[in-house]
Design a protein around this ligand. Sequence first.
Ligand code: SF4
Length: 220
Amino acid sequence: MDRRTAGEILGILRGAYPGAMKDGRYHAPAFEALITTILSAQTTDRSVDLVRGRLFGKYPTPEALSRADTASVEEIIHSTGFYHAKARHIIAASKSLITDFGGTVPRTMEELVRIPGVGRKTANIVLYHVYGKNDGVAVDTHVMRLSGRIGLSDRKDQDGIERDLMALFPEDAWGPVTDLLIAHGRAVCTARKPDCGRCIINRFCRYYHETFLPQAGRSS
Ligand code: SF4
């Protein structure tokens, strides 16, 4: 796909999902935003929202969470899934914030990915939503699926897809691209049954052309 077509898709999605970049969870202190993002892996926003109040009520700071009892944290975050690993990660991440970063959430990709449980996806989300920085494109399960279907990237790995999206979209769109693809993935281009007939970007979509217009594709 060329950059002009990618830009058209971005413009249409911006118009369709104007609230996509205003997730209230990231208006919280940076520490809470970081921990929330780690907890968000492989689960729904709703399940994370249900545990945030209790978790940060009991452990409101990196200091408090770094000293937490693992079993107690597991009990609180149980419903978010993968709770053994997530509890280990968020306690270790809090310890790292204390020992390596003076108790604050760092502002660079290089530093963020040194924190246990934080990869480029989490770091990109924190950098954009907490600090307003476009350092890369966060590639989650929705972004992976839609990138492949639409034809934004042919790669299967997160890092490769991120590189393709960074080449395709202007730097100031890297943060919004994630939020808009997630919004469209939830609303229309779902994992189980994409609703291609009512999709507002179907004319640009490779999957749509290959699935519903194979004759037109061959004759053009
Ligand atoms: S046309 Fe279908 S596959 Fe393509 S983006 Fe829209 S819903 Fe997804």
